[in-house]
Design a protein around this ligand. Structure first.
Ligand code: ATP
Length: 278
């Protein structure tokens, strides 16, 4: 479709520039997304085109196994981490995409360093892995709820940067998406979860406890993004109050990462005239 904003312009509208990361403030970022997509209709058309392209690019990537893509999705409760994943990969072959959610660490996970559970789920060549929550929980919920000593948390930003650099230098592109919603929109979505029977299973009273800590979470996100938007794995802040614009923006960025990998089908050199197939 011709009306899609270019991938470069979507990148420019969402990226947290690593050179200027210290001045990043969440309050400077819009939550509506209508500067990227004028209308929901445009956003939906763009998403359709990109979801189809993501499937084709993934297919070639799976065949040539030249690299991998890790998509990290973070956002406060109800920001749409599941929904974004479903929409962006709705046409992608399940053979090449794995999605992992990171909730409270298990006893086994807690017995290792905090990056262990992430590293063993990083993608091998040819694959896309989506992390629904990630290593960033260890500087978000862990910080807000004082689940580790402050000194330990302080060390983690550089550890996370080093971990992501290791992945990037070994053939995995790391795309980090923060879904940015307003407090008002979260209120609407929490009420919706209680009102709509098909969404009620998603309601967790603990989400209301986290909502009371809204400002602390925003602060923790801001710090994490300031400290960890790096040249090898920059953060993108996606306006997420509108579901269709959110999904379309994420899909543009995912397609951009896959196109940058330039996946192409390998040619092992076999030709039909070399074989007899009865
Ligand atoms: P969603 O992630 O979509 O909101 P959910 O709440 O059902 O769904 P779960 O996998 O059950 O997802 O758990 C997510 C919870 O686990 C969040 O409250 C999150 O803050 C918490 N969590 C994630 N990582 C950690 C961590 N390292 N330490 C403590 N709590 C964590």
């Amino acid at each position: 479709m011709s009306d899609q904003p270019s991938i470069d312009s979507v990148r420019a509208a969402t990226i947290v520039d690593p050179k200027d990361r210290k001045s990043f403030a969440l309050k400077d970022r819009e939550t509506r997304g209508d500067r990227i997509f004028d209308s929901k209709k445009d956003a939906k058309a763009s998403l359709e085109a990109d979801a189809l392209a993501i499937n084709e690019l993934q297919d070639a990537m799976f065949a040539c196994k030249a690299g991998a893509l890790l998509v990290i999705i973070q956002g406060i409760d109800t920001s749409g981490k599941d929904g974004t994943t479903k929409e962006c990969f709705k046409y992608t072959s399940p053979l090449g995409v794995n999605v992992f959610g990171f909730g409270k660490p298990s006893e086994e996970e807690l017995a290792h360093d905090y990056l262990w559970r992430l590293h063993i789920r990083a993608p091998k060549r040819g694959f896309i892995h989506v992390f629904n929550r990630s290593q960033y929980e260890d500087v978000l919920v862990v910080k807000v709820r004082n689940l580790a000593p402050p000194k330990m948390i302080e060390q983690r930003y550089e550890q996370i940067n080093a971990f992501e650099k290791l992945l990037a230098e070994n053939g995995t592109r790391v795309l980090k998406l923060m879904l940015h919603i307003s407090k008002e929109e979260q209120g609407v979505r929490l009420r919706e979860r209680l009102e709509v029977p098909a969404k009620r299973w998603k309601f967790n009273p603990a989400d209301l406890e986290d909502r009371k800590l809204w400002d602390k979470y925003q602060q923790a996100y801001e710090t994490a993004i300031q400290r960890c938007s790096t040249p090898h794995a920059p953060w993108h802040v996606i306006p997420a109050d509108s579901r269709s614009r959110r999904d379309a923006t994420a899909a543009r960025l995912i397609r951009g990462e896959l196109e940058a990998m330039k996946p192409s089908y390998p040619d092992p050199g076999y030709r039909l005239d070399q074989f007899e197939i009865d």
